[in-house]
Write a protein that binds this ligand. Structure first.
Ligand code: SF4
Ligand SMILES: [Zn+2]
Ligand SMILES: [Zn+2]
Length: 312
């Protein structure tokens, strides 16, 4: 099986043909740079905080952000990696070690924020307590913490944008989760550039890997030698998301292009969703009375979790 563009051995079959290592890498990088350009994800005077975990998506997005800045001669655009350590046993220490080695190799400034410092607990310690009262799954607690800490610390470090490594599979899952739960308001907030309303305390998030599938990203990271072992979070099978992931993988196997179809349909209706959200949500973003961070209610979700932990 040879590449459609040269006589080298193919590593992957793409929609338009087969690709060898070199042509796949070109295809992948061009797709990411095109997404960055199309959605104007990076400006010449931006300070970029790249949300990094040490996993394949974050190493890929870190590397390609650096490459994009160099390629386009964005000399005034600074960037740094920002990682959240939730203390997940047998997992996070390993990915953070990979991240530290990577950042050292590519000379990228790295800041690690620990949930023990901010919330006084690791996810392993907090989750059973929170779950007892609220039935929240580990990913719910983790998601709230990560969003909160990334926004707060990226802003404190001067970021004007947060870059995340979300890929096409992640986004297709998020779209379906919101649809199944009739969470139209949440759906309006996702997309290649997140958010409906701008707010000085919210740092806009952008997703350069938006059109890259999980399979493509994994292969790219592997071919570039970023991560040899792909470790999985021990909680990843517990959440609602993993069921949606299995369902979409099954559909994709039978009906190729399903995930891309979900993304395309979603992007076609996203402007209408945002318009609706803006029209109906008259009240502007609130400020949490406990911590001063932006919130949807009087008390933000991170502070509510904190309250449960203090009570125990
Ligand atoms: S799988 Fe869930 S618990 Fe694990 S890092 Fe992701 S969101 Fe956090
Ligand atoms: Zn080729
Ligand atoms: Zn708060």
């Amino acid at each position: 099986m040879n590449c459609s563009q040269c006589d080298q051995k193919a590593v992957l079959t793409l929609q338009h043909g087969k690709a060898c290592k070199r042509h796949f890498i070109n295809y992948f990088e061009e797709k990411v740079f095109k997404t960055m350009n199309k959605y104007q994800m990076i400006g010449r005077s931006d300070t970029l905080g790249v949300a990094a975990s040490g996993g394949k998506d974050s190493l890929t997005v870190l590397y390609l952000t650096k490459k994009y800045l160099e390629k386009n001669n964005f000399v005034n655009t600074s960037f740094f990696a920002l990682a959240i350590d939730e203390g997940i046993h047998n997992y996070r220490a390993k990915t953070l070690q990979d991240l530290e080695i990577f950042c050292e190799q590519y000379k990228i400034k790295l800041t690690i924020v620990r949930t023990t410092e901010e919330f006084g607990a690791t996810l392993d310690e907090a989750y059973p307590k929170v779950n007892k009262d609220t039935h929240k799954k580990p990913c719910n607690v983790c998601g709230v913490w990560r969003r909160y800490l990334l926004n707060k610390h990226a802003r404190a470090l001067g970021a004007t944008k947060v870059i995340t490594g979300h890929n096409l599979d992640d986004e297709a899952q998020a779209i379906m989760m919101n649809m199944f739960k009739a969470n139209i308001s949440m759906a309006a907030h996702i997309g290649p550039i997140t958010g409906v309303q701008e707010h000085e305390l919210f740092v806009t998030r952008v997703k350069p890997l938006y059109f890259c599938t999980e399979k493509e990203t994994r292969l790219y990271a592997l071919l570039k030698g970023f991560a040899i072992e792909f470790t999985e979070c021990p909680y990843s099978q517990e959440g609602y998301r993993s069921q949606i992931q299995d369902m979409l993988n099954g559909m994709e196997e039978k009906y190729s292009g399903t995930k891309q179809g979900i993304i395309n349909s979603f992007l076609a209706i996203l402007p209408l969703l945002r318009e609706k959200e803006q029209r109906e949500k008259q009240e502007s973003i609130k400020i949490c009375t406990s911590c001063g961070e932006p919130a949807n209610q009087e008390i933000c979700n991170a502070c509510k979790i904190k309250e449960v932990l203090i009570e125990k």
